[in-house]
Design a protein around this ligand. Sequence first.
Ligand code: CTP
Length: 405
Amino acid sequence: MFIVVGVTGGIAAYKTVQLVRLLVLEGHDVHVIPTEDALRFVGLTTWEAISRNPVTTSVHEDVSEVRHVALGRKADLIVVAPATANTLASMAAGLADDLLGTTLLATSAPVVVAPAMHTEMWRHPATVANIQTLRSRGVHVVGPADGPLTGGDSGPGRMSEPEEIAASALALASAEGDLAGLVVAVSTGGTREPIDPVRYVGNRSSGRQGAEIALAAAARGAHVRLVAAHVDDGVLATASLHPRIELSRIATAGELGSAMREAAAEADVVVMVAAVADYRVADVAPEKLRKEDGPLTTLQLVENEDILAGLVATRRRGQTIVGFAAETAANEEELLDRARRKRRRKGVDLLVVNEVGWDKGFEASDNHVAVIDARDEVAAEASGTKREVADAVWDAVLAARGSSA
Ligand code: CTP
């Protein structure tokens, strides 16, 4: 999304640095418009570095491009944080005396404000009336929170935390996406099968692609139930804050099976991205296994259920089921051949296949996939960031649902 973040002159501007960072990490194209006053608190260089885009404050720069109109038109969402009492008054009056004011008048995108001021100013009838006016025009107000303020006093007026502002703003902007109204169940990460209380059998899945599948769906308006096995550090940071993602954590294939059956019972689409252990240890030792108790050179394994095949066998009417396969292959033909056979074996509507190897596919932020459809054709191929791949998978899901409707 193209997001404009307006920053006005309050000390809470330092928290907006984190807000911009969160939005950028989520994959959005963020353009910061600070007011002259805001730059007294946080400098232009910080905004440029954190947003990865050039920053201007004046309507007199880039005049040929009519920058305010361009930004206002391009924006999918505008967030003003912190919004001072003065800014709220200007917005309510429709003043256009700087780049932010003109941009706000030139947009039809949803606008979110996060007020920050002292309690007395927040409660003043002028501010109360301005907030009412803005709300009546559809402006969405996040906060302010009740808590310690800069002067050492306490009360309502503190800007909401960046995570809360980001979550509300993104939810508002994506409520109308092409997946709005759909409930989707997504699994991610790698299961771990215990050997004893300290050891396990696991795999290299980072959980990144599944987290992006969930975030992309939520960004396009779906309600997401994300079941996560083991994932790398930080992979679920954004997903865990999204208002339309319900996150549950599990460890083993057995737990994943129960959680996915429950999630799938309500879902229109099921996407199994998790790397599921095919086997578990037959007799898990209740105590740590020690060498002094005798050498352990073999593990007795028993087969785990095939969760995906089970979900296909008990699917709801109209439910679309997507499997993932990470395969090693000598060439593209062999890769697609394996994928087609796996799709048929599992009975899924779509199978997303990517090639993996010792140094391919796992920790990388980029991915390359092919999507095999129910006619065994390559419905889509996608290369790029895991978010871009996730969006391509959702496009293929929508196409498959459209053609079976
Ligand atoms: N899967 C599952 N339950 C299992 C194993 C896999 O639900 N016990 C799902 C995965 O989440 C994935 C798809 O099935 O969506 C393919 O996983 P993969 O491990 O490639 O399939 P396997 O049937 O285990 O085939 P292979 O013998 O190639 O490992």
